[in-house]
Design a protein around this ligand. Structure first.
Ligand SMILES: [Zn+2]
Length: 121
């Protein structure tokens, strides 16, 4: 992947920060570093090929463009709110199965796996 070209990872979306690939420059947002929120995005996107990326890869190279966020999540200052989750997609989503999420889950460093402890509270 060319590090200077950032592309939206959503299937069928060609938006990028590179003008030739997409006619209009769209703002791209990085995946949240927080593992719970990052996992929420992976689930929301519902694409097995995204789920098969490691947490490390997603937070380093993964981007989702502004087109997939509802207006309520978009702010003038930071771009998107801290609880923003992409919800608008150009395809019909089917929920990811546990095995499809396993690759992502297994890539998360043990000390960051907070959703497991959250569930116990
Ligand atoms: Zn996009």
């Amino acid at each position: 992947m060319n590090k200077h070209t950032r592309r939206c990872c959503v299937l069928n979306c060609r938006n990028s920060n590179y003008k030739i690939l997409s006619k209009t420059k769209t703002k791209l947002f990085k995946f949240p570093r927080n593992v719970n929120r990052c996992r929420d995005w992976v689930c929301a996107i519902g694409d097995p090929s995204v789920a098969s990326c490691t947490w490390e890869t997603l937070i380093t190279h993964g981007y989702v463009c502004k087109d997939h966020f509802e207006e309520k999540y978009v702010t003038a200052i930071q771009g998107i709110t801290v609880n923003a989750v992409p919800t608008i997609f150009p395809y019909l989503r089917t929920p990811l199965s546990e095995p499809q999420l396993l690759l992502f889950d297994e890539s998360v460093p043990v000390q960051k796996k907070r959703w497991k402890t959250d569930a116990m509270v």
